[in-house]
Design a protein. Structure first.
Length: 127
């Protein structure tokens, strides 16, 4: 029997919550949560009244960025975004916003792997 859980939030550790929220806000168009601050920032989809998804960013002292593709510092999580436009064009726009592009690109025919400014890997998938 399913518990019928509904995903409501995903939170990423980082050294600067407001800076990482700004990156993802520019990338996704999600709205900044009004109670965002230097310790925790969030972006939300939906009506902002508990419906939709919150993408959160929490400050962690001595944060160490994931080291992808090696696992010296595990990635622990990555996010995938469907992209309707040209993958290379979207990747280039995200790089202009501060994303990195690792040399290792295992599925280049259908996806691009980037890293956000805090080092978290994320995928752009042809959608």
């Amino acid at each position: 029997m399913s518990l019928q859980l509904k995903l409501s939030a995903i939170t990423l550790d980082c050294p600067d919550p407001m800076a990482l929220a700004a990156f993802y806000q520019q990338a996704t168009g999600l709205e900044l949560h009004p109670k965002s601050n230097d310790e925790f920032a969030g972006l939300h989809s939906g009506d902002g009244l508990g419906d939709g998804l919150l993408l959160g960013f929490q400050r962690v002292d001595d944060y160490r960025a994931p080291s992808w593709p090696d696992q010296i510092v595990p990635q622990q999580l990555h996010i995938c975004f469907k992209v309707a436009d040209d993958l290379d064009e979207v990747a280039a726009r995200l790089r202009d916003l501060g994303a990195g592009k690792p040399d290792h690109q295992p599925h280049e025919a259908k996806a691009r792997i980037l890293t956000d400014p805090a080092g978290h890997p994320f995928c752009l998938v042809r959608g």
